[in-house]
Design a protein around this ligand. Sequence first.
Ligand SMILES: NC(=O)c1ccc[n+]([C@@H]2O[C@H](COP(=O)([O-])OP(=O)(O)OC[C@H]3O[C@@H](n4cnc5c(N)ncnc54)[C@H](OP(=O)(O)O)[C@@H]3O)[C@@H](O)[C@H]2O)c1
Length: 334
Amino acid sequence: MRTRTLGTTGPRVSALGLGCMGMSALYGGADRAEAVATVHAALEAGVTLLDTGDFYAMGHNEMLVGEALRTAPAARREQALVSVKFGALRDPDGNWTGYDGRPAAVKNFAAYSLQRLGVDHIDVYRIARLDPDVPIEETVGAIAELVEKGYVRHVGLSEVGAETIRRAAATAPIADLQIEYSLISRGIEREILPTTRELGIAVTAYGVLSRGLISGHFSRDRRLPANDFRAHSPRFQGDNLRHNLDLVDALRGIAERKGATVAQTAIAWVLSRGEDIVPLIGARTRERLGESLGALDVTLDAADLTAIEEAVPADAAAGDRYPAVQMAHLDSER
Ligand SMILES: NC(=O)c1ccc[n+]([C@@H]2O[C@H](COP(=O)([O-])OP(=O)(O)OC[C@H]3O[C@@H](n4cnc5c(N)ncnc54)[C@H](OP(=O)(O)O)[C@@H]3O)[C@@H](O)[C@H]2O)c1
């Protein structure tokens, strides 16, 4: 497994991380036994970075990751680094009710996460979205206190913009910024990526397959349950979906010439954007995991990158990457 470093202060991790969200939430149903087997297979293949959030099905995802760690061989368990997001508030119906980045809340969230995961420390800890009512210095400062006490190893950020990144980095060493980045979500290239690079902060990229849209497996006639994020995502609706899947068809031609799948080509493109970028793979079955890991064997040369840029130009996607209500929570989009 190739490795990359999470910024100038963070740990060395596998070049691809495993995002565990879809194993519990947001993409319709998932098979728990297959999900645990997928985490085990990822660890076996040398993946060291596992990403979760305490609000992914209200603790379910952390308990699933905890079970996978507990039942993995000791050597595999010891190589695993767990990245946890906190701060998103839910109600019993699953509604999203805001964010909480107050220091006392940060420590409370962490105490529960350690218990659910069954670990004595969290490797990278980050608030999922900026709490508009709490200065980032206070939230990051609380995580830094957890670092001092040994409950957290590194501070991360998620979906924040350049100014917030600078303020956070002035408060404590920041290992990585987790943010959406893919062939069709390239907004970070304007200001955010230059800022993380200047400050020695890595990017853990999510939505590398735009939540399956550019995986090559999504089709126009796929029906999504109401609890699937994609049923409400602008990019998956009507004409937007048709337009976006045309982009995928253009990408498919290039992938076929490379002897790769569309998903592998899309992941390889993100890998090609810099050694400071670690794509998080959202696989929830061993089959999808195997396909995603195959991206590590796909080398894109200058001609390939030019062809990809022509097939899927920056800003080619139709539709925002989140519904309007959720876009409003993104400090990264201000
Ligand atoms: N910081 C944040 O705000 C934030 C937000 C979202 C996610 N994340 C993290 O980032 C991780 C990855 O994000 P994501 O799940 O949206 O990423 P993604 O890789 O863009 O989408 C994953 C989905 O794509 C589909 N897919 C099709 N082919 C695949 C393949 N070969 N390999 C993997 N997936 C394939 C699967 O859906 P089907 O099985 O339905 O086909 C899968 O659930 C999450 O698990 C989470 O840990 C962070």
